[in-house]
Design a protein around this ligand. Structure first.
Ligand code: UDP
Ligand code: MG
Length: 245
């Protein structure tokens, strides 16, 4: 058992060299936690930051109840940070948001409205505030991935998502998997997801950690890995047993 078991909803926030965003994150979550639709905590995952992020995280987690952190001993990448967040979540629902505040936690209430009817509810960045070039790369990658996976997702890169925790814990995980959540969730028998438009803002502090190569080349290869995995994914349903409560 860890502290997240006292809550209904855990928001996982991966942090890699985001020291200039920590104070704004503290403020954004202080505001959101006052009117979140579920009893909510935040779990920051420090992914081996080399700046002052860890010290800043310790400070805000000390000053606010409902804020928690775990810290990697060295950088392991965004997918690993999200996986650790899922692994350490013991509330019934788990969400994910980037540290750059390009989306707002306020919109979690919107996504949570329908989470009982779906395995996952994800945002679509309605009016994206990124450069023309980044938007173009993203549109192209989304189109190719949609064709290869048949997942129907319009914007898998949107960093605002909520899952039923049991579903999130069964997602097969590999580096880069954070771009394939809809396709990976749909591998599970009976899974479904919904897409909801959310607000998007420019990155005002810190810098983007990804560039054209790690945004396009890795995911291109991952599309083929997904096609390989799809018929091999293991689903099973336990019937009779004497172990459940
Ligand atoms: N991040 C991480 N580990 C990494 C790279 C990034 O935890 O190795 C975090 C980063 O701090 C941010 C999120 O992943 O919270 C997304 O990164 P970024 O905003 O740089 O990506 P972009 O939105 O530009 O694709
Ligand atoms: Mg970002």
């Amino acid at each position: 058992m860890n502290s997240t078991s006292k809550y209904d909803f855990t928001i996982v926030v991966p942090i890699y060299n985001e020291e200039d965003n920590i104070d704004s994150l503290e403020k954004a979550f202080q505001d959101y936690l006052q009117h979140s639709s579920k009893k909510t905590c935040v779990l920051f995952v420090n992914d081996g930051s080399k700046d002052g992020s860890l010290e800043a995280l310790k400070r805000i987690c000390e000053a606010n109840q409902d804020l928690y952190y775990i810290s990697f001993v060295k950088n392991a990448g965004l997918s690993a940070a999200i996986k650790a967040g899922f692994d350490y979540t013991e509330s019934a629902y788990v969400g994910y948001m980037d540290a750059d505040l390009q989306t707002t936690p306020e919109d979690f209430n919107l996504l949570l409205e329908d989470i009982d009817k779906y395995s996952m509810v994800i945002g679509i960045r309605a009016r994206r505030k990124d450069s023309f070039f980044k938007n173009f790369q993203s549109k192209f990658a989304n189109g190719f991935r949609r064709m290869m996976t048949g997942d129907g997702a319009l914007d898998t890169g949107c960093p605002l998502k909520v899952f039923r925790t049991d579903v999130a814990k069964r997602i097969p995980l590999f580096k880069g998997m954070h771009r394939f959540f809809p396709a990976l969730v749909l591998l599970q028998d009976g899974a479904s997801y919904k897409q909801v438009p959310v607000r998007h803002f420019p990155r005002v502090a810190g810098t983007s950690k990804f560039h054209i190569w790690n945004r396009l080349i890795g995911p291109f290869a991952d599309c083929f890995a997904y096609r390989w995995m799809k018929p091999r994914y293991i689903n099973y349903k336990v019937g009779d047993n004497n172990i459940s409560e």
